[in-house]
Every structure is written in structure tokens, then in C-alpha cells.
Design a protein around this ligand. Structure first.
Ligand code: TRP
Ligand code: SF4
Length: 326
């Protein structure tokens, strides 16, 4: 029996290179070794997009395409959409009865997101309950491992606490999941900060070559390099960080030529744009194929929901029984 792995991603826009390197490529590797459940966390996306959902449906569709083009294989993993499984929401409600408010108020992402996304009113019931829904996502499949980034660790810890509290009240239903910390290099965005949707500094997996060229051209390089003949400091350059992650074999050459001013930033970034375009070319080809057959995408997601439902309904029944509801 393979151990079960589960993770989700929010459809808050096109997936970007940071998502690809930091999460999705890891999922693609995991699907060969584990019993994998991956899902589009559309209900979670509502916690921040609730006031304007006109793009949500298309964003969900695009994330499905992004994931499949990156190599998730519906024959190897269960790929589904969260809201297709009302069982998640029902378990979320059951959990909400037993979770003390301070457990949620002290989750670090709660305060940090409110501070970061000032333009959105996050003083909602749903946003406070975000990690409860995440716990339901994980526990309803009794997942053993949850691949996540550093920022999500408190959510996994809270999931373990919720499992313990539930089991303490009603008997052993939920195993405690472990996080599978994926320590991948974070890519900078075009402005030098961490690549993130909320900063608007991303390079999307689906960006066409022309867009990639433009975005790479405006990337922050060594600010001390004003003139072409100034010697550069690759260690402070965003473009160089990309070389370090995606073209390791070239880093020595690039760094050496930068330091001696043999290489100019314009040509250096042209070379980088080409590397990114080549890296994404097979994904773009796959995307073109997928775009041709929208009905097939719907089928894939419906089949994923059917598989997920088998486990989810069973666990929900167990939880309701344990609680004395049935
Ligand atoms: N909170 C996760 C994120 O923003 C997404 C997510 C929702 C998730 N439910 C999950 C991740 C369950 C892992 C397991 O990245
Ligand atoms: Fe960065 Fe390349 Fe310019 Fe050096 S030459 S500062 S590595 S873009």
C-alpha cells in the first residue's frame, strides 16, 4: 500500500514559475511514488476573491490546464476540484463546532495576510476559518503527507491539533498528517521581491515568448551597474537567481563574465529569456493540445471527483457516526 499524499493549490490566477518550481514539479515527482490527491482549492480562493468572482470559473479552468501541462497525470494521481466535493465543506462545519477561536486567531497567516492585502476586507468568518477548511481537506482523505511550503507549516500543525481534539472527544477517526516540507529555491519576481501573485511580479507558466522577453527585460539587475563597462555583482541580481535555479551549468560563466564586465545585462537577460522560453516550450505545446478539447478537461475533473468521493464520503460517515449524528 502506497502512502497517501495530498495537496491543494488556489486558483487565484495563472500559475507562475514560482508555483511550478516550488510546488507543481514536486507533485509531478510524487505521483509516481505515492497515492496522490491533488486539488484546485476554489473554495479557499473565495476567501480573498469573494467580492468579484467573474474570472473564477476561467481561472479554475486555466489552473487545470497549467497542472496537466506541467505533467500531472490523471492516470497516476487523483486530480479534482474542491467544490465538487461538498464533503469537505460538511467536515469543515463539523470541525467548526470544536475549534476554540484563539486557535484560529493565532495562526500567523491570519494576521499577516490581513496586513498584506489591505485592499481586501478579510474580516470575514470564512477567512478566519480558512485553516479549518484546509484541515478538512487533509483529514477527509486521512492523508499521511502534505507537501507544502514553509508558510503553510502552521496550518499543518493546526490540522494535527484538530485531529487530536476530534479523536479525544469522539474516538480515533483521524490520523495526524505530516508535512512534507519542500525546500525549493524561491524565485524572485520581476521586481526583485519573492515571485507572488499578490505582488503582480510573476512570470506565468502560460506567458507567451513575447511576454517572457518583456518581463525578463525589466527584471532588476545589479543597481551598481550603471554603464555597460561597470563590473557587476551577480549575487545581488534577480536574473542571476534564475540562472542558479534553472541553468545551473551556466552560473560560473555568467558570474565570471558579469564580474569582469565581459557580459552586458541586456545580452545576459536575452539569454535568460531564451532559457525560460525553451523550458516552458513543452508545457506550451501540451497546453495547446488541451485547449483544443475543453470537454476532455471537464471529463478529467469529473473523473477525479468520482475517485475522491469514494474516500471522502466514507470518512465523513465515520466522523458523523463518531459524533453521534448517525
Ligand atoms: N493553503 C494552501 C496554499 O495557499 C492551499 C491549500 C488548501 C492546501 N487546502 C490545502 C494545501 C490542503 C495543502 C493541503 O498554498
Ligand atoms: Fe545580472 Fe547578468 Fe547583468 Fe550580471 S550581467 S548584473 S548577472 S543581468
Amino acid at each position: 500500500m502506497k502512502e497517501r499524499v495530498l495537496s491543494g493549490i488556489q486558483p487565484t490566477g495563472r500559475l507562475h514559475l514560482g508555483n511550478l518550481i516550488g510546488a507543481v514539479e514536486n507533485w509531478v515527482r510524487l505521483q509516481d511514488k505515492y497515492d496522490c490527491y491533488f486539488f484546485i482549492a476554489d473554495l479557499h480562493a473565495l476567501t480573498t476573491t469573494y467580492s468579484d468572482t467573474k474570472d473564477l470559473k476561467e481561472d479554475i479552468r486555466q489552473v487545470v490546464i497549467d497542472l496537466l501541462s506541467a505533467g500531472l497525470d490523471p492516470d497516476k494521481c487523483v486530480l479534482f476540484k474542491q467544490s465538487d466535493l461538498p464533503e469537505h465543506s460538511e467536515l469543515h462545519l463539523l470541525f467548526s463546532m470544536i475549534i476554540p477561536l484563539p486557535w484560529l486567531e493565532r495562526v500567523p497567516t491570519y494576521k499577516s495576510k490581513i496586513a498584506e492585502l489591505k485592499e481586501i476586507d478579510l474580516g470575514t468568518y470564512g477567512f478566519l476559518g480558512y485553516p479549518v477548511l484546509q484541515a478538512a481537506d487533509i483529514l477527509i482523505y486521512k492523508a499521511g503527507y502534505v507537501p507544502v511550503g514553509q508558510d503553510q507549516l502552521p496550518h499543518i500543525e493546526l490540522t494535527r491539533e484538530i485531529a487530536r481534539r476530534f479523536n479525544g472527544f469522539y474516538g480515533n477517526v483521524f490520523p495526524e498528517p505530516k508535512s512534507l516540507l519542500t525546500e525549493f529555491p524561491t524565485l524572485p519576481g520581476t521586481d526583485g521581491r519573492k515571485m507572488s501573485k499578490s505582488y503582480g511580479n510573476t512570470i506565468a507558466i502560460s506567458d507567451p515568448p513575447e511576454t517572457i522577453k518583456k518581463k525578463v527585460a525589466i527584471m532588476i539587475t545589479d543597481p551598481a551597474r550603471v554603464k555597460r563597462e561597470d563590473q557587476g555583482h551577480p549575487e545581488v541580481c534577480s536574473a542571476y537567481e534564475f540562472y542558479q535555479v534553472l541553468a545551473k551549468g551556466l552560473t560560473d560563466t555568467v558570474a565570471g563574465e558579469c564580474r569582469t564586465a565581459k557580459r552586458g545585462c541586456v545580452e545576459c537577460k536575452k539569454e535568460l529569456a531564451k532559457i525560460l522560453i525553451d523550458y516552458l516550450a513543452p508545457l506550451h505545446e501540451k497546453r495547446r493540445q488541451l485547449e483544443k478539447d475543453p470537454a476532455q478537461l471537464d471529463k478529467v475533473i469529473a473523473a477525479g471527483a468520482d475517485k475522491a468521493r469514494k474516500i471522502a464520503t466514507q470518512t465523513l460517515q465515520e466522523a458523523k457516526k463518531a459524533m453521534g449524528l448517525i
